[in-house]
Design a protein around this ligand. Structure first.
Ligand code: BGC
Length: 349
């Protein structure tokens, strides 16, 4: 009995030491920009959750400026952060600072976007990016009833930033679902743009997507050609396409896809302008990353569920993939309001 008590005391002491260690450890969180709603939420959630665990947090947003992001991460390393969590502006541009982290023994978690071409990336946490694309593609397939309806239907594609490794996964996930129908002629792409490079949106910006959409509408739809669907990889690009359509197109309103459930896009879903979005609850991802940070700090095995998919060009990065969820005007109340993600006020006009 005495031995057991001594053992329990020992275990408690060790646990006490470990949690004392965690307290006060510094964690760096580097987000790409404040321009897009989701990164503000991701950053804020991470900070709140890490602080609740007793960590000191250095949260920085890099204004979509790669050099600024490098400087901010270097400062985190110099200031003694034990782990840095990075959502990169451009996945391949952080090599030198990742090397600097490794030299100092600082662990790196790629957040949402994979860090490319460098072996010093310890873990990756994201939503299943390919699945995001398949959810969008399947939605279009079902909404147009491609297996049964006669067609043909028209569609355009708008993808994301070529500097973001996610963008190809989103596009491929959607395109793989729709490709057979394009090949059979049931889906027609009037602009002829079906390759990722032809439909990519550098920086993911709304105005860039809008300019390209206006161009295509002017060149291929001014003669009255009707559009059935516009597959957009995310909400910021969907907003650009929606703006372009509102100003330059008078035909039947097409199905528009998106991702993120940004506030303006959710309002557009409610108003019937955007057909769907993909909900990636930033609280889920942040909680997973905070769990991984704790496991790293305590020297425990880190929770991953994918060790094959995310090859960054230098290594396959052990990853945890969270599951994205389909969102539309039909389920937004439960998904976004009842879950406390948004207040009704935020979604009111
Ligand atoms: C994220 C998307 C986001 C996009 C633009 C991607 O890396 O996964 O959720 O819409 O970047 O910021």
């Amino acid at each position: 009995m005495k031995k057991i008590l001594a053992l329990i005391v020992c275990v408690l002491m060790v646990l006490g030491c470990v949690s004392a260690l965690a307290e006060g450890e510094k964690i760096g969180v580097s987000m790409p920009t404040k321009d897009l709603q989701r990164w503000n939420q991701d950053g804020d959630n991470m900070k709140a959750l890490l602080e609740a665990e007793g960590y000191e947090v250095d949260l920085q947003f890099a204004n979509n400026d790669v050099n600024l992001q490098v400087t901010q991460i270097q400062t985190m390393i110099d200031n003694g952060c034990a782990v840095v969590v990075i959502a990169a502006i451009e996945g391949s541009s952080l090599g030198a600072v990742l090397d600097a982290a490794a030299e100092k023994g600082v662990k790196v978690i790629a957040y949402d976007r994979l860090l490319m071409e460098n072996p010093n990336v310890d873990y990756y946490a994201t939503f299943d990016n390919y699945m995001v694309g398949t959810v969008q593609g399947n939605f279009v397939k079902e909404a147009l009833d491609l297996d049964n309806a006669e067609g043909p239907f028209t569609i355009e594609f708008t993808a994301g930033d070529p500097g973001d490794n996610n963008a190809g996964f989103f596009f491929n996930g959607a395109f793989d679902v729709l490709k057979p129908y394009i090949e059979s002629g049931k889906l027609v792409v009037p602009s002829g743009k079906t390759k990722f490079e032809e439909v990519a949106t550098p920086t993911w910006k709304t105005d860039v997507a809008q300019a390209e959409a206006e161009d295509r509408l002017g060149s291929f739809y001014a003669d009255g050609t009707e559009l059935d669907a516009w597959l957009c990889s995310n909400d910021s690009t969907a907003l650009g396409v929606t703006n372009a359509l509102e100003a330059n197109y008078t035909g039947k309103w097409p199905i528009i896809t998106g991702q993120d459930c940004d506030i303006q896009n959710t309002k557009n879903m409610i108003a019937g302008k955007q057909a769907m979005s993909v909900f990636k609850d930033t609280r889920t991802l942040a909680a997973q990353v905070v769990k991984m940070v704790g496991q790293i700090i305590r020297g425990e095995e880190v929770d991953v569920n994918d060790t094959t998919t995310y090859d960054n060009g230098a290594k396959v990065v052990p990853s945890f993939l969270c599951e994205p969820v389909f969102a539309s005007a039909d389920n937004y109340e439960e998904l976004l309001i009842e879950s406390g993600y948004y207040t009704p006020d935020q979604l009111a006009d």
